[in-house]
Ligand binder design. Structure first.
Ligand SMILES: [Zn+2]
Length: 418
C-alpha cells in the first residue's frame, strides 16, 4: 500500500539508495534537519530506503518559514549558486536555494517536460511568465534552451508586445499562466490575428485551470495545451507535465518520490485515493525535501499511461488544501465549481466565489459567473451547484469578459466573513 514503492519501477534509478542519500545529506549538512528528526525521535541512520518514509516526520511550509532564509540548506552557503522565493501570497516568503547541480537537474526535468509536450529544437518558445525571484521564467527558459529550442523571453504582461513578437518571430509555443493565456487568446480573437500566427502548443501552469478555460484557449488559438506541474520548494515548475493523452500528469520519479496522505489526519492513503501530495527528493542538494507536504490535492494513477511513458502519473490537481473554504460546515473547493460550470451551456470559464455571513441565513455563498442570461439558466446553475457542492448558492451573472483576467494567479475565492 505504500505509494512510495510505485516509483521504483519507472526508471533505472535506485530509489532506496537515493532516499538513504537524501536523509544522510540533509542531516549531515543542516542543523535544522538534525533537530527535526531528533524532535520526532527518529534516528536518520536507521533509514534504509523508500519503505521507511512513512515513519519519518512530515516537513511543512511553516517549517521552511521558521528556518528562513537558509536554515534548511544542506550545503555550505558557498556551494549555493542561486535562490528563488515563493510569491508569498499565503504568508511570508519562503526561500529556496540551488546548487549548480540542482540548476542543471531542473533544466533536465524541464526539457523532458517540453519533449513530452512535443516541443522540438525547431520550436520558438515565447516565455510569458515572470522572471526574477519567481521560479517560472528562468525555469521555462532553462528547459527550452536545454532542449535546443529558441527562447523568446517576453516575460508577463504587455499584451501588445506579446502579440507583436508572436507575429514577427512566429512563435510556435506559448508558456503562461492559464489566466494570461486566456487574456492573450481573447486579444488574438478581438484583433483577428489568428491567421498571422504560427502557434501550435501552449504550456500552462502555476494555477489550476478548468476544462472550460482549456477549451476556450485551445479553440481561440488553435493550439494543443499541456498542464505543467511544479512548486517553488521542488525546483519550480517543470517537475511534471501532461502527455499527449491529456489524462493526468507524468512526474519524474527519478527525481522525487510521491506519497498521498490524508490532509486532515496525515495518514498515508492507499494507492489511487485522493489526498495531499507529499514529496521526498532523491537528488536535491541545496534544499532537500523529506516528506514535504505540498498542500496540493491529487491521487496517483495505478494504471500505466497509454502513451507508454515509464514515468508514473498523478491526477490533475483538484485544488490545494488551503483553497478549501467551509460554507455552513461543508468543504467547498473551487475545482468543484470548475467542473460544474463546464457542463453548462452559455457560461464562461471565469468565476468568483464570495462567502459572507448574515444573521438570518448564516453563511451565504455567492457564485459570480460570466454568462449570456437565457430562460432557465439561473435555475439550472443553482440546481447543479447545489447538487455538486451540497450548499445552495446565490448566483450572479456578469457579461462575458467582465471578470478580471490577470497575468499571474487569478484569485477566485473571496471570504468576507471575519
Ligand atoms: Zn502519458
Amino acid at each position: 500500500m505504500a505509494t512510495a514503492t510505485a516509483t521504483a519501477t519507472a526508471t533505472s534509478v535506485d530509489v532506496d539508495a537515493a532516499v538513504r542519500w537524501t536523509v544522510a545529506h540533509a542531516t549531515a549538512g543542516s542543523p535544522w534537519w538534525r533537530e527535526h528528526f531528533e524532535r520526532a525521535g527518529v534516528d536518520p541512520a536507521s533509514v534504509t530506503g523508500a519503505a521507511d518514509l512513512p515513519r519519518l516526520p512530515y516537513s511543512t511550509k511553516e517549517d521552511l518559514r521558521s528556518s528562513y532564509p537558509l536554515g534548511w540548506a544542506a550545503v555550505p552557503e558557498s556551494a549555493l549558486v542561486r535562490i528563488h522565493a515563493s510569491s508569498g501570497t499565503t504568508g511570508k516568503r519562503t526561500v529556496c536555494a540551488y546548487t549548480a547541480r540542482d540548476v542543471d537537474d531542473w533544466a533536465d526535468q524541464f526539457s523532458r517536460c517540453f519533449a513530452t509536450a512535443g516541443v522540438t529544437p525547431v520550436d520558438r518558445v515565447q516565455v510569458m511568465v515572470g522572471y526574477g525571484l519567481w521560479t517560472a521564467g528562468v525555469g521555462f527558459q532553462g528547459g527550452a534552451e536545454r532542449l535546443g529550442a529558441m527562447v523568446v523571453p517576453t516575460g508577463p504582461g504587455n499584451v501588445d508586445l506579446q502579440l507583436e513578437l508572436m507575429q514577427d518571430i512566429q512563435s510556435t509555443v506559448l508558456c503562461a499562466t492559464s489566466s494570461f493565456a486566456l487574456m492573450i487568446a481573447e486579444a488574438v480573437e478581438a484583433r483577428s490575428l489568428r491567421d498571422s500566427l504560427a502557434l501550435r502548443v501552449g504550456i500552462f501552469g502555476s494555477e489550476r485551470w478548468g476544462p472550460k478555460m482549456r477549451e476556450r484557449i485551445e479553440s481561440l488559438l488553435g493550439i494543443e495545451t499541456f498542464d505543467i506541474y511544479g512548486l517553488t520548494e521542488l525546483y519550480g515548475p517543470g517537475v511534471g507535465i501532461e502527455c499527449a493523452a491529456h489524462d493526468g500528469i507524468h512526474y519524474w520519479s527519478d527525481y522525487y518520490v510521491v506519497e498521498i496522505v490524508d490532509p486532515a489526519t496525515g495518514a498515508l492513503l492507499p494507492a489511487g485515493e485522493e489526498g495531499e501530495v507529499v514529496i521526498t527528493t532523491l537528488r536535491k542538494e541545496g534544499m532537500p525535501l523529506i516528506r514535504y507536504r505540498t498542500r496540493d490535492l491529487s491521487r496517483i494513477y495505478t494504471e500505466p499511461c497509454p502513451c507508454g511513458s515509464p514515468y508514473p502519473r498523478i491526477a490533475h490537481l483538484t485544488g490545494r488544501t488551503d483553497d478549501m473554504v467551509k460554507v455552513r460546515g461543508v468543504a467547498v473547493f473551487p475545482a468543484q465549481v470548475d467542473t460544474i460550470l463546464h457542463r453548462i451551456e452559455g457560461v464562461g470559464p471565469e468565476y468568483q466565489l464570495h462567502i459572507r455571513r448574515d444573521l438570518e441565513h448564516g453563511d451565504v455563498l455567492l457564485v459570480r459567473v460570466e454568462a449570456d442570461e437565457r430562460p432557465g439558466l439561473r435555475a439550472e446553475l443553482v440546481h447543479q451547484l447545489r447538487e455538486g457542492l451540497s450548499v445552495r448558492p446565490e448566483v450572479e451573472f456578469v457579461p462575458h469578459g467582465k471578470l478580471p483576467r490577470t497575468e499571474r494567479k487569478t484569485r477566485r475565492v473571496f471570504d468576507h466573513r471575519e
